[in-house]
Design a protein around this ligand. Sequence first.
Ligand code: ATP
Length: 302
Amino acid sequence: YAAMVASSAEAVSGFWSDWMRTLGATDRIFSIIDDSSVPAKVSQTPLCLQGHIVIEHLSFSYPQRPQNLALSNFNLTIQPGEKIALVGPSGAGKSTLANLLLGFYQPNSGRILLDGQPLTALNLADVRSQMAIVEQEPSLFWGSLYDNIAFAVPGGRPSQAEVEAAARQANAHDFILNFPDGYHTMVGDRGVQLSGGQKQRIAIARALLRNPRILILDEATSALDGESENLVQDALERLMAERTTIMIAHRFSTIAKADKVVVVDQGTLLEFGSHQELRRTSSFYQRLLQNQHSERQVSLCS
Ligand code: ATP
């Protein structure tokens, strides 16, 4: 079966497999199939991105709702290796920013620079091969756990040792070995059901294997149980280390790990600063924290 999965994966065109690997999830592809993404020009993409990001005067409306600016004159500079938490109310534009960074849509105006080069001048496949996204609720395709981790790697199948190393770092190796078939355990609709935390750790292993320079983390809003939460957080810390990370963050424990917090509201950057600074100076941020606190029953980080 593994061979079947592999050959069907290989049969996917380069274009689609690129997207799938970037996303690490097939279902999201279908929500963006009808987007306005225009293939970028091919030029001298740096072989290895440093992960420096500049977002300049970015404005964007979705093609289906041209009158509604999802992002409006958004400006932000992110240094290589910096961890940025995007926080804000629902509909503020956080996911939209991630979609534009991944090149899924073209801005109405403004631009994104990666290592000083406009995203539109770079080869998107090259850029995406150096990015990874860990989604809120990662979906696993029907296949073995091994294939679900290994599929993410651009440019060929990784070795068993590489897959296991990534799974260990993601705190997934032990639970995988607890299944009778270990890495050959089938998952997905017709396979074993994994808990939310286990799925997240598989997605983290996938992302680790890609070794991306830029990581986008869309944090789940629903809380995991204590032990699973700790294992996921621990794995995420390893994944984020030394990578430019943009977290769409909902929990204080995550927000507090960020170097800088960006408060987004109605498509604009409302506030920018450290968690501590914003807690002192921004009444909007304080309200946001209070709302999250009461909704999700998590403790406020000091
Ligand atoms: P949440 O925290 O709920 O995920 P968000 O901050 O990520 O919210 P976005 O999903 O970026 O917010 O949405 C920003 C705006 O764009 C909202 O007004 C939303 O309704 C709109 N929007 C998002 N996705 C689409 C889409 N595919 N088509 C049209 N409008 C969209």
